[in-house]
Design a binder for this molecule. Sequence first.
Ligand SMILES: [Zn+2]
Ligand SMILES: [Zn+2]
Ligand SMILES: [Zn+2]
Length: 253
Amino acid sequence: MIVTFLGTGTSQGVPVIACDCEVCESMDYRDVRTRTSVHIELDGLGLIIDTGPDFRQQVLRERIIKLDAVIFTHEHKDHTAGLDEVRSFNFKQGTDMPIYAEKRVLKQLKQEFEYIFSENKYPGVPRVNSHVINTETFSINGQDILPIRVLHYKLPVLGFRINGFTYITDANQISKEEKEKVIGSDVLVINALQKESHISHFNLEEALELISELRPKKAFLTHISHKLGFHEDISSKIPENVYLAYDGLKITI
Ligand SMILES: [Zn+2]
Ligand SMILES: [Zn+2]
Ligand SMILES: [Zn+2]
């Protein structure tokens, strides 16, 4: 399995519009973070988790030429705003794009992208096939995917485990039972927003605590704010098996 970090930034991205802090002005390419998303490739299957506002640029940058399905973690705009762009894959592949999300998330997508889901579609609009998921294992082209329930302040969000890879973004609470699903992961991706506490995201310290509790072989931090600090500086201060993800990073699992 090859996982590519399409984006690793929090909702505003890094640099933040109109911010002149030192991280936003950094010349290190690893400090430039588009909105959080990953591409997963395994046995010829191409999946993307979340289509944020930077979806088009990310897919062009990584030269992704085939996409079999999109899976959504939750309905926040930084994870959904790019849905319109799947139409390029509709045209290229000649098929509707399967999208997988919880019932509540699909309802929100239908409100925000009314034209995509309307009965009488305007020519050229994106074509999607909606699949409702919950916390039960589901399968895409024969590949099992295990959803993991996490809480993002009070909002129920899904993380996903695919074989040895677990991806959790936008969370600050995970129950004991759901943590069990993560145990034994080769790679855990987890959100770590900043050093200070936050109402809806794990901060750096909380993410590191969770990693030492769940003991994946390797962990990657994502959904990062400019407030976390420089990539290089933070990378040198975290444990050996923990890495800050950055846009364009590819890992093989
Ligand atoms: Zn987010
Ligand atoms: Zn800044
Ligand atoms: Zn969110």
